[in-house]
Design a protein around this ligand. Structure first.
Ligand SMILES: *[C@@H]1O[C@H](CO)[C@@H](O)[C@H](O)[C@H]1NC(C)=O
Ligand SMILES: *[C@@H]1O[C@H](CO)[C@@H](O)[C@H](O)[C@H]1NC(C)=O
Ligand SMILES: *[C@@H]1O[C@H](CO)[C@@H](O)[C@H](O)[C@H]1NC(C)=O
Ligand SMILES: *[C@@H]1O[C@H](CO)[C@@H](O)[C@H](O)[C@H]1NC(C)=O
Length: 355
């Protein structure tokens, strides 16, 4: 149902709001400056006291001096759910849809806490005191762009769902890549690490490999009639790059590193199990594969985003559910994988009845 908009801000309260949030953001900024030297990879997403390099983003300050203009454009946001890949998908979708509909996008504080320690994101934040007071119109999205999303009504809209599809934002790809620019110290640390892997070799081609395991190992077969990537898939994907680049090295990150060490053949000396697999602070692992030259992903939005940011060749696991899987009602492969990406079909035989 469409909720009529209420007049949220009368003039005097607007002025008070502005002064209050300017002070709030200034004090937040000053406080955070002190924590700049804490190693970024130790930052737990739950520990907001350690957010480094935090840009002061105060309410309505995107165009200083013209707050009423921004207010007129309303306030659009998106739910902050899931982990890194989902958060990035939600952010990018909000960015693109708010722009298409001519409204100002704001992210929720929880999303800011998640993404700001890693990327130089620029969207302003809804002050936490206001989140519950704004009469949001919830608008649920499925996972691919639709014509009706160009005409979403409402001044205070909260997009909901787990949108992650290039079909929402590929037309402004450069802006999205800009939003997901890593902080300089992350870039430097990561490049230094990759340089160490190169050792004495003059040149190498880095292939980031993301092996999604964890909860998916059970969720895929039990909920979605699907599989996760197996040993054969990874071998095929890696051999594709070995044949193409004589100097390929593989930088493996995973939330199931033990499985990777047991199932990826590292005897050629070109495989590095580099990830720390920490799910609570995925920034380091993500930065590692996002700084490589090409990507091997398995399933999940973490790998999809790595492939998208890297922009090299991306190999993905294709057709990893049975044709009657309910997964295909919420997930459209053609909207998830870019047309030029290379799919290797999954072996679905573990799902079939044993004869
Ligand atoms: C949060 O980060 C600070 C460093 O700024 C650290 O001393 C503290 O132990 C951390 N707290 C938690 C709960 O991780
Ligand atoms: C691992 O790869 C090497 C080199 O190609 C090969 O000789 C060896 O048989 C492989 N090991 C396994 C367990 O597949
Ligand atoms: C490959 O990635 C490395 C590390 O990010 C980078 O220094 C190098 O320039 C890239 N090579 C190419 C050909 O893009
Ligand atoms: C996945 O299945 C579809 C439908 O059967 C097929 O058209 C497509 O080629 C398959 N993809 C790959 C990479 O095998």
């Amino acid at each position: 149902m469409y909720l009529p908009e209420r007049r949220l801000f009368s003039q005097p309260s607007l002025v008070i709001c502005l002064v209050f949030f300017s002070l709030l953001s200034l004090s937040t900024f000053l406080h955070l400056q002190k924590n700049n030297y804490y190693p970024w990879w130790r930052i737990s997403i739950k520990n907001t006291s350690t957010l480094p390099d935090h840009k002061p983003t105060s309410f309505l300050n995107t165009t200083p001096g013209t707050p009423t203009k921004n207010l007129d454009r309303g306030m659009w946001t998106v739910n902050s759910i899931g982990r890194l890949g989902n958060q990035m998908g939600e952010y990018a979708t909000l960015y693109a849809l708010a722009k298409l509909n001519g409204h100002q996008a704001y992210i929720l504080p929880a999303m800011h806490q998640y993404l700001a320690p890693i990327f130089k994101i620029t969207l302003p934040v809804v002050p936490s005191e206001l989140v519950g007071k704004i009469p949001w119109r919830n608008y649920n999205l499925h996972d691919w762009m639709s014509e009706e999303y160009r005409h979403i009504q409402g001044k205070y809209v909260r997009l909901t769902g787990y949108p992650c599809s290039f079909t929402f934002y590929d037309h402004i790809r450069q802006e999205i890549l800009q939003e997901f620019t890593f902080h300089d110290y992350i870039k430097e640390d990561t490049n230094q690490y990759l340089l160490q892997l190169r050792g004495q070799r003059k040149e190498v081609t880095y292939i980031g490999v993301h092996v999604r395991r964890g909860d998916y190992v059970n969720v895929m077969p039990n909920v979605w009639k699907g599989v996760v990537a197996d040993k054969d898939y990874l071998e095929k994907a890696m051999n594709y790059f070995r044949e193409k680049y004589h100097d390929a090295i593989f930088v493996v990150v995973s939330n199931g590193m033990d499985w990777c060490k047991q199932n990826i053949n590292a005897s050629r000396g070109d495989v590095y199990f580099a990830g720390d697999g920490r799910e609570s602070s995925p920034g380091r692992d993500f930065a590692l594969i996002a700084h490589c030259n090409h990507t091997i992903m398995t399933i999940g939005t973490f790998g999809i985003w790595a492939g998208y940011l890297v922009g090299g060749e991306t190999v993905y696991l294709a057709n990893y559910t049975l044709p009657d899987s309910p997964f295909l009602k919420v997930f459209k492969p053609s909207a998830a994988f870019l047309p030029e990406w290379i799919g290797i079909p999954a072996d679905l035989s573990p799902l079939l009845p044993k004869s």
